[in-house]
Design a protein around this ligand. Structure first.
Ligand code: NAP
Length: 416
């Protein structure tokens, strides 16, 4: 490894994908056990590395020179070897600043609440001050001094205007959490979450639903990688466009979730999108059939619709934690708001809009056996599809053209 990332557990790291978009150098992931860190730092002949949990502080004693920012924050995430010496930097600071700017969230004169007090929390607090925040308070599980408040104590309205999540709450694999309830923040002007997996945490979705500008941590991750590559290759102009790299990574990771009426083309489109993009295609009805071990009409007849919907929700919760898939949803999956919420964490919900006269009644679909049943279903479901959709794509023409428009949309959206 000449260039790469060291850390404890790197199984879900996006760093290789991002760094290899920035230069032609290969970038490797290396899990290092705590007892091997001293040997790695003193003997391994790397050119430059990034450092993640749990070593951002632990690498500091092995460095010859530490930048002012990194020393003030007390954490290093980038180490560069130059003329036999190791130089340490903190590009998370600039990464967070770039993320705030990209999200259009200003800090000037605003009171900031940082959730957590670990490495990322110290970094974002320093960045918030540098961007003009009027005050920065940390909310933690166990306050250690007067500058910290208790997370569990936030039960009444509080005056903070910006919230930054720098805890792992809401992060894969447990997507269900959020560290605070935003209803206690009546003056909220912005929410930034350092967590980037899922792409939109519950906290980010809560804010967006309340009309508050919010962004997940992917932009920070991309930006800190860009700044690190600049340090890896001093004197070279790498010529990247940070927004462009962000959109590319975001579109690669985003699930394309197809929803709409029975026979609107979700299955055909799912297969086609999979072959056009190389993404894996999943069909929730197929996954449900695997799980229940019988055909859906038979399960409906024997167990009723609610039992079917329960299995469907389990399948959707599993899919929602994955990334970069094409998913064809059963026609009624989005009737349950919690399915929609789960799917939005990593997915773009595409309503495949096909005119009623172009839909086909099918014997084997319990709720759309004939034209009248289809029309009744459409009047109930179309408003739900429209309100759940991130984008509505017409599918009354050539299916390839529909697929191309979906791919174009996924590649151009910035996820907010
Ligand atoms: P860290 O040093 O381990 O700090 C974690 C902090 O979160 C600590 O204050 C910890 O509190 C708190 N915490 C942990 N579990 C909690 C829970 N269940 N409820 C409330 N608070 C909890 O980790 P870090 O390096 O600061 O990273 C924090 C998060 O930021 C991670 O999810 C990481 O992936 C993310 N991050 C993202 C980027 C990016 O580029 N987007 C960069 C850096 C970090 P205690 O002290 O009470 O344990």
């Amino acid at each position: 490894m000449e260039y790469g990332l060291i850390g404890g557990h790197l199984g879900h790291s996006f760093s290789k994908t991002i760094h290899e978009m920035l230069t032609d150098c290969s970038y490797d992931l290396m899990e290092v056990a705590p007892e091997d860190l001293p040997g790695f730092m003193t003997s391994y002949p790397f050119k430059a590395i990034n450092v993640t949990i749990p070593y951002k502080e632990k690498v500091m004693p092995f460095l010859d020179v530490i930048s002012e920012d990194a020393a003030a924050i007390g954490a290093v995430n980038t180490v560069v070897r130059h003329e036999g010496k190791l130089f340490g930097y903190n590009t998370d600071f600039m990464g967070f600043t770039a993320m705030a700017r990209s999200a259009g969230i200003g800090f000037e004169g605003r009171s900031v609440l940082v959730l957590g007090a670990g490495g990322a929390a110290k970094t974002v607090a320093a960045a918030a001050v540098s961007m003009g925040a009027s005050s920065v308070t940390h909310a933690v599980r166990t306050p250690r001094d007067a500058s910290q408040i208790s997370l569990s104590g936030i039960v009444e309205p509080v005056e903070y205007e910006i919230i930054i999540n720098a805890t792992p709450v809401g992060m894969f694999p447990d997507l269900s959490g959020r560290a605070v309830d935003l209803r206690h923040f009546p003056r909220l002007k912005g929410v930034l979450d350092c967590v980037y997996n899922p792409l939109r945490t519950n906290l980010v979705l809560d804010a967006q639903e309340a009309g508050v500008p919010a962004a997940g941590g992917l932009y920070m991750l991309v930006a800190q990688a860009c700044f690190a590559e600049d340090l890896f290759h001093p004197g070279e102009t790498l010529g990247y466009d940070m927004d462009d790299i962000f959109r590319k990574v975001l579109s690669e990771k985003t699930n394309i979730v197809l929803m709409g009426m029975p026979s609107c083309g979700k299955t055909t489109l799912g297969r086609l999108l999979s072959s056009m993009t190389g993404r894996q295609w999943l069909d929730t009805d197929d996954l449900i059939r695997e799980r229940i071990g019988m055909d859906i009409p038979e399960f409906f007849a024997g167990n009723g619709e609610q039992a079917f919907r329960d299995v469907e929700s389990e399948v959707i919760a599993d899919i929602s934690s994955r990334q970069g898939m094409v998913v064809s949803l059963g026609g009624g999956a989005v009737l349950n708001p919690s399915n929609v919420r789960n799917l939005k964490m990593n997915g773009c919900l595409v309503y495949v809009d096909r005119a009623l006269e172009n839909l086909q009644p099918t014997e084997d679909r319990p709720l759309s056996r004939d034209r009248e049943a289809l029309a009744r279903l459409a009047s109930r479901r179309i408003p739900v599809y429209r309100s759940a959709a991130d984008v509505i794509i017409d599918n009354n023409g050539q299916v390839r053209s529909t697929a191309e428009r979906i791919i174009q949309h996924i590649g151009s959206t910035d996820g907010r």
